[in-house]
Every structure is written in C-alpha cells, then in structure tokens.
Ligand binder design. Structure first.
Ligand code: SF4
Ligand code: MG
Length: 315
C-alpha cells in the first residue's frame, strides 16, 4: 500500500502581522512509503509552510493533503489528532521546545501520558527503548536539556517525534544548526531509523548537499511554487530548470572535486507578498524570454518522474 499526500493548489498563509501572504501556490507532490522526499529552496520559498500546512499547523485555504485515502484538511479534530500521531514534525532547534526544568525522560514520556499509553512502568520502558534507538544512553533519561550537545538535542527531538510510533516524519532543516561532522552522524541515524522503523520522510532543507545525501527524490521550490521534481541522481546530473541549475552550480561535484560553472543570479529574491507575474523566476532568470513575463509555465514531464515548469521546455 502506498501512502501518499499530494498537496495541491493555492494555499494562503496568514502570517503574524495578519497580512495575507500567498506563500505556497499549486505545489503538488507525493510521498511514497519508505522514501525520503527532499524539498529544497531558499528561505522564504514556502517549503516550511508546505510542511506545516500538511498537518494544518498553518491553515490551508484550498487544496488537499491525502493520507491513507482521506483528505487531512477535511478531518474532524479527533481524526486530525490521530493523523498527528502518525505524522510527526521535527524542527531545526528542538532545544527551544524542551522544558528546561524537566528531565528528558519525563519530557519524552509526556505524549504517552496524553495518549493514555501504558502504565508508568511500561512508559519508562518505552522511553528507555527510544533513547537507545536514537543512540542516547539510559543515563540520559535523568538529565536536563542544557546538559546536552547540539547533536544530542536533535537525537532528543527525534526521540520525541518517534515516541508515538509514527509512519511519517516531516523534518524542517533538522541538521542545519549542526556542525558538518555531527550533520553526517544525524543523517546516518535517520537512514538507519528509516529502514528499521519503516518510516517515510519529508525532508525540508536549503542545503543541496544535505538533501542529496538523504533523498530519493527532490522537489525544488521557488517563491511558493514547485519548479522541478526528479529522482535525486537525475536532478543532480541533468537539472532542467534554470533555478535548479543555479542552485546546483554552487555544489561541488564529488567525483571531480570541482565546482560546476557558477551561475550567479542577478537581483534579489522578490517579496512573496508581491510575486512577479508570469514565471515567478523571470526577474532573475538568465534565459528569460518575453512570454515568461506574462505566461505562467505549466508542468512538463521529461520522464514519468522528472518534471519541470519552464517555457524553455514547451515544445
Ligand atoms: Fe526562465 Fe522563462 Fe523558464 Fe521562467 S519560464 S525559468 S523565466 S526561461
Ligand atoms: Mg523555513
């Protein structure tokens, strides 16, 4: 059985200033069981909003997120709570959401108490087991958040996300705050957890190198739109969208140890409040044509799995 949740059409995102920002528009993708889907783009491109909207942490105005055959956006509060057990979020900095005065064991136990799982003894056992699963020691149960390093804190974040035995993790820049050597430890842990626990990951990041390391397929976002999607190897070897090509031009080619010819984008990232007409990338695109300024490019398939939204590929 394939689990999937396409996210479709026109979300409006209400930000803190209570101004409507069209953060995500016509973003549609599928996450298959057991895979890692990487969602990449610069900050402000709407990738976090996409992740949050799937669980209705940001309210969608339109569209759907299908999970096990039901649209998450249409679920009752009670049904939504069940889905939020199955689909957990992991954030960049778990520390800020840990109670500094509570021992880690007790913090990890909380979701079990809320969901009425096990007695006190069984809950302690579950917490001990999950600590082991994420590579922490049993003695860590009694420690306080400030006693942990950055990498350990992200292990705690993972433990907390895993405690209710979810099927999917939505991870928003989970390793971006960590040193490179710690990053690879956490990425390797994620791969191990994925195969051991049969998890599916939506992995959100601005870092192409990290996303390449972990993802089976990648979706590239720019100003709230998905501009290209492909299997990881294909995206890196044959990127089609000029924006993807620019992003990748900054990433070293592993075999040669060299960089591709660097594509420098002109201009600044336009405001998501007032995105350019036509192709949203046209103000910065090295290949811009007249029609790009007025016509929104539609999704074109190069193969079943590789598609791009750009007028260069119209014929
Ligand atoms: Fe560039 Fe036009 Fe393609 Fe947009 S549609 S990426 S402006 S060539
Ligand atoms: Mg973000």
């Amino acid at each position: 059985l394939k689990k999937f949740f396409p996210v479709k059409k026109n979300f409006l995102h209400l930000n803190k200033e209570k101004t409507f920002v069209q953060a995500v528009n016509d973003v549609s993708f599928t996450l298959y069981k057991g895979e890692t889907y990487g969602l990449v783009g610069e900050s402000g491109c709407g990738k976090s909003t996409t992740g949050r909207t799937i669980l209705k942490l940001t309210d969608p105005t339109e569209g759907q997120a299908i999970y096990n055959g039901s649209n998450i956006f249409k679920l009752s509060e009670q049904e939504l709570r069940k889905v939020r057990q199955d689909i957990q979020m992991v954030f960049q900095d778990p520390y800020s959401s840990l109670n500094p005065r509570k021992r880690i064991g007790k913090t990890l136990e909380e979701p079990l108490v809320i969901h009425n799982i096990g007695n006190a003894h069984e809950r302690t056992e579950i917490v001990m087991e999950i600590l082991h699963t994420v590579g922490l020691q049993l003695e860590h149960y009694y420690r306080y958040p400030h006693e942990f390093s950055g990498g350990q804190r992200q292990r705690i974040g993972l433990a907390r996300a895993l405690i209710l035995n979810p099927k999917i993790l939505i991870m928003d820049e989970p390793v971006s705050a960590l040193d490179v050597s710690i990053q690879s430890q956490i990425l390797n842990l994620l791969k191990k957890l994925q195969s051991e626990l049969d998890l599916s990951f939506l992995f959100i990041s601005h870092d192409m190198g990290v996303v390449r390391h972990i993802s089976d397929r990648i979706g590239v976002m720019y100003l709230g739109r998905l501009v290209e999607e492909a299997p990881t190897d294909e995206l890196f070897s044959a990127p089609l969208h000029p924006y993807t090509q620019a992003l990748l031009s900054a990433v070293p080619v592993p075999k040669l140890g060299t960089k591709r010819e660097r594509v420098i984008l002109k201009g600044d990232l336009p405001s998501p409040m007032n995105p350019p007409s036509g192709c949203v990338f046209h103000t910065r695109c090295p290949f811009v044509m007249e029609r790009c300024k007025s016509e929104v490019p539609q999704k074109k398939h190069k193969t079943m799995e590789h598609h791009v939204a750009c007028h260069l590929y119209d014929e």
